[in-house]
Write a protein that binds this ligand. Structure first.
Ligand code: G3H
Length: 541
């Protein structure tokens, strides 16, 4: 089949969808979890359209897969009150519970969500168009993350189970919760990235308001009863609705202690400013990124091509860590572009359930038009799409475009395209790439491709002060999840990783006293009687 026929027939009849990947029924969510109860919802709803279109008599239509509540400020305020009450100024059952008991609750929760794996994976695939294989990986990675978090917390707790003695003062130093956390995840990793903030926030003893992303909401529905059944009432509360309608009042209330958001710096800044006491708000944010690849004259072209394809097109380029601009030394540009075009032409595109599929339809309805606009802007300013069929679009599906030569002044030079477009910039002096990173508003990661140790060494030192991770001869990525994940400038605030997240969502507190006989006796009495969960030498295994 030629390309034209292939892209025109990418979407199929509903009956042709393989049975095992079909949604048994549409999911019309009419409940939400607040204050320990599933409340019914009879108000306005948001219809969920899959990025997957199906053939109908009226042409291609995004498949309706369900709907979810569009609650109002009132329900959001009730959820906030529930979280505030459950925290109860740090005196609630959850924030005062022993670490061991909190871990037991999270373990119980994990067992329950594992039972829902097939359901969640299918919704993940249908809601955001992620391939079935990658949807399974996202679920498994999330479960692994939870178990790793439990292990890291046990480790942290073991280190805190001893007393420190300095200058005649004895102290026990532990980490305590911060209060009410407002948690909002992104559409591209709606389960994983949400849970990499939600779980550490929860396990450290905070109470939560959790707003699922606009695309990637229904997949959380099967998990709500697990939240209800595994944690005390009011500890986890969900909020649904238009973010710009329900979130501002929550921030203005001053009752949110931590804002954790994986999204845009613009939204994060607007929200932070609404808090009446900014000093009381901690923000843990994963934001915009425009990670660059720097392919020097000494690079291995084959390897650079392979990693550029992975880095810029995994999940259609919809990763915050994706390579979003490629700098290539002019001496290699022609060969690099030829090989890159060839590699892109070999990528399998199709429906998310197809085995081996790499490129799938995009969930954001405006995205194909936005990408087209970015490409036209570059073409008007002197670039061209150099790969055959680059940018070809059929409804929600866009075939990757390699755009060259991209230069300053084009949208693709600075904007985070978050989709299947690869802007390539030729350079003569590597200094040009350093200048780009210095001038960039982003500062997440960079990838250097070179086989020359001297050249790499000279780049590492300036670049580690521009971004938060320098990758050598490989694409940018978040994992392994135990590594710190953060960014500079508009790319992040705070650090995530299995270990760092536990710190991000807590604050150190200590109990201290002068070391004399009567205090020694007091402390021993408290520890021996197990009357305090904080002042305790119990060892978690
Ligand atoms: O969207 C941002 C994700 O954290 C990227 O994670 O590099 O493992 O795909 P990843």
């Amino acid at each position: 089949m030629n390309f034209k026929d292939q892209i025109e027939s990418i979407f199929i009849d509903e009956q042709a969808i393989p049975e095992e990947f079909r949604l048994e029924r549409e999911v019309h969510q009419r409940e939400y979890l607040s204050n320990g109860e599933m409340h019914s919802w009879n108000g306005e709803v948001h219809e969920v359209l899959s990025p997957v279109c199906i053939k109908t008599a009226e042409g291609l239509k995004r498949k309706v897969i369900g709907s979810y509540p569009l609650c109002d400020e009132k329900e959001a305020a009730e959820a906030l009150s529930a979280a505030v009450a459950a925290y109860n100024n740090g005196r609630g059952e959850w924030p005062t519970m022993s670490v061991a008991d909190r871990i037991t609750c999270v373990e119980k929760f994990t067992h329950k969500i594992i039972e829902k794996k097939a359901e969640v994976v299918k919704l993940l695939m249908w809601e955001i168009g992620k391939s079935h294989g990658d949807s399974v990986k996202e679920f498994d990675r999330t479960v692994e993350y939870i178990y790793a978090t439990i292990d890291a917390l046990k480790d942290l707790d073991r280190q805190s189970s001893k007393f420190s003695i300095e200058q005649g003062i004895v102290a026990q130093i532990r980490r305590s919760p911060l209060g009410v956390v407002l948690c909002m995840g992104p559409f591209n990793y709606p389960l994983n990235e949400t849970f990499t903030t939600l779980i550490p926030a929860l396990i450290m003893g905070n109470t939560l308001l959790f707003k699922p992303p606009k695309h990637g909401t229904l997949l959380h529905y099967p998990l709500l009863t697990a939240f209800r059944d595994c944690f005390p009432k009011g500890v986890v509360n969900t909020i649904y609705g238009r973010g710009n309608k329900i979130i501002p009042d929550l921030m203005k209330s001053g009752d949110i202690n931590v804002l954790t958001l994986i999204g845009s710096s613009k939204v994060a800044n607007e929200l932070k400013k609404l808090h009446p006491k900014v000093n009381r708000l901690r923000a843990i944010l994963g934001l915009d990124a425009k990670n660059a690849a720097i392919i020097t004259a000494k690079a291995d072209i084959k390897l650079s091509v392979q990693e550029t394809v992975l880095g810029s097109l995994s999940f259609n380029g919809q990763r915050c860590t994706a390579l979003k601009i490629i700098f290539v030394h002019r001496s290699l540009a022609d060969e690099f572009l030829t090989e890159l075009s060839d590699a892109v032409s070999k990528l399998k595109f199709g429906m998310p359930w197809e085995a081996g599929v790499s490129l799938t339809p995009l969930p954001e309805p405006h995205k194909p038009a936005y990408l087209k606009d970015c490409i036209s802007d570059a073409v008007e300013k002197g670039a061209r799409v150099i790969n055959e069929n680059g940018g070809a679009t059929n409804e929600s599906f866009v075939f990757p475009a390699i755009v060259y030569p991209v230069s300053k002044g084009m949208k693709l030079y600075t904007e985070e395209q978050f989709g299947p477009v690869i802007p390539v910039v030729p350079f003569d002096d590597v200094e040009e790439t350093i200048t780009y990173l210095i001038e960039s508003t982003h500062g997440q990661q960079v990838s250097i491709f070179s086989n020359d140790d001297e050249e790499i060494a000279k780049l590492i030192d300036p670049l580690v002060n521009q971004v938060s991770r320098v990758n050598i001869n490989c694409q940018c990525q978040r994992g392994p999840d135990v590594f710190p994940f953060t960014g500079r400038k508009d790319s992040a605030e705070g650090t995530l990783s299995v270990i760092d997240a536990l710190r991000s969502f807590s604050i150190r507190s200590l109990v201290a006293t002068k070391l004399n006989d009567s205090n020694k006796h007091l402390i021993n009495e408290i520890v021996d009687s197990n009357r305090s969960n904080f002042l305790s030498t119990k060892y978690l295994f």
